[in-house]
Design a protein around this ligand. Structure first.
Ligand code: NAP
Length: 347
């Protein structure tokens, strides 16, 4: 009987770790009592037999996390549509509204489109995700009929800058709304196939204490997790600091190369192919998006200045060496002037 008892005790240790403190205490007291009686061992075996119920409970939690969400997209442009398709593929339901009438396009992919934002809100989505351009977020929010939504709707954004939407949400949204700032660090080009290992940055800015509210937030995050994203929890402020030196610089270089209109050659190297794919991943994004990365990230100007400085430094090295060569030719004996390297004793 020792083996079943050990199994039971090890289960007790793992099981009680998952229950609330009051139930855990009651469980420990009862289990202790049972072990001290002559018949206690038999009862402990019954705890061992309860394992399948625990695994069922875990499955239940998993199913809850995957439960269908009604997601409302505001701004059904390039990125809004890209995200909607993945939500639909995962079994969630999607409604959308936008400045442009996308009714035909939306119904073709299974999204219910509402040209009127009031009608959209009265559908009472669980989650509203703002996918508008960075530049238009404030104007869109200021005329958005929040009062028609459910009292504790979860609000998200996917803007490529994070401090700005966070501040705007905190300033304009009713205090009973939850706020989750997201940045999928990929787009319709870089994420057209798998999202495996692509970073998803998130900041739970304000999520109410009720279980259903934290579950709803976690369910949305688990959608990205199940797609294979690398989940990165980070403050909006830290995101902007890091994104200025990575994402903004990537877009700037991509735009510069795109503006040069580089094209494939018959002798392209792997390095050149990488540059072409950088152009592909950035140059097709709207200029509004790029300008938003600059204008609404307070760290971007300094990074642009550093890039310019670095370019001038590299160019300076090239021209500096070229000038040395020209000067040494100018100052050779043949030119009638003295070589700058000439030994004065030889003269
Ligand atoms: P975008 O040019 O940044 O945004 C286009 C969206 O903004 C469209 O839905 C458009 O609505 C809306 N919009 C633009 N001006 C508007 C105005 N004056 N009033 C109301 N709505 C306006 O391009 P995007 O690629 O679709 O990006 C959308 C958001 O996702 C941006 O915040 C971007 O930072 C973020 N994001 C993009 C990527 C990416 O790779 N593309 C990746 C991650 C995050 P209409 O179409 O109805 O005109």
């Amino acid at each position: 009987m020792i083996a079943p008892l050990n199994r039971a005790l090890s289960f007790e240790r793992s099981y009680v770790g998952n229950v609330d403190p009051i139930r855990r205490r009651r469980f420990q007291v009862n289990a202790g009592k049972r072990r001290s009686t002559g018949r206690g061992t038999l009862r402990v075996i019954a705890i061992d037999a309860a394992q399948p119920f625990d695994s069922e409970a875990r499955e239940d939690v998993k199913a809850q996390r995957q439960k269908v969400l009604k997601i409302g997209i505001v701004g059904f442009g390039n990125f809004g549509q890209f995200l909607s398709k993945r939500f639909l593929e995962s079994g969630h339901s999607v409604i959308a509204t936008s400045r442009t009438d996308y009714s035909t396009h939306a119904s073709a992919i299974g999204v219910s489109f509402f040209a009127d934002a009031d009608d959209f809100c009265e559908e009472h989505p669980d989650i509203v995700i703002f996918c508008t351009s960075i530049l238009s977020l404030e104007a869109t929010m200021r005329c958005f009929p929040f009062q028609r939504l459910k009292r504790n709707t979860l609000f998200c954004d996917v803007l490529s800058v994070k401090q700005f939407p966070k501040q705007l949400f905190l300033q304009l949204l009713p205090s009973n709304f939850d706020i989750l700032c997201l940045h999928p660090m990929f787009g319709p080009d870089s994420g057209k196939n798998s999202w495996q290992d692509l970073p998803l940055v998130y900041d739970k800015v304000r999520v109410g204490d009720e279980k259903c509210r934290s579950e709803r937030c976690n369910r949305l995050l688990s959608f990205f997790e199940l797609q294979g994203c690398r989940m990165v929890e980070m403050s909006c402020e830290e995101h902007d600091r890091q994104a200025a030196s990575s994402q903004f610089i990537t877009h700037t270089v991509g735009r510069m190369l795109g503006t040069m209109e580089l094209s494939e050659t018959t002798i392209s190297t792997k390095g050149f192919d990488s540059l072409m794919s950088l152009v592909d991943n950035t140059y097709h994004d709207s200029f509004d998006l790029y300008y938003g990365l600059f204008m609404y990230n307070k760290n971007a100007s300094a990074e642009l200045a550093r890039l310019e400085l670095a370019f001038n430094q590299v160019k300076g090295e090239l021209f500096g060496r070229l000038h040395d060569v020209i000067r040494s030719e100018l100052f050779t004996e043949n030119s009638g002037a003295h070589s700058i390297n000439e030994n004065p004793e030889k003269r």
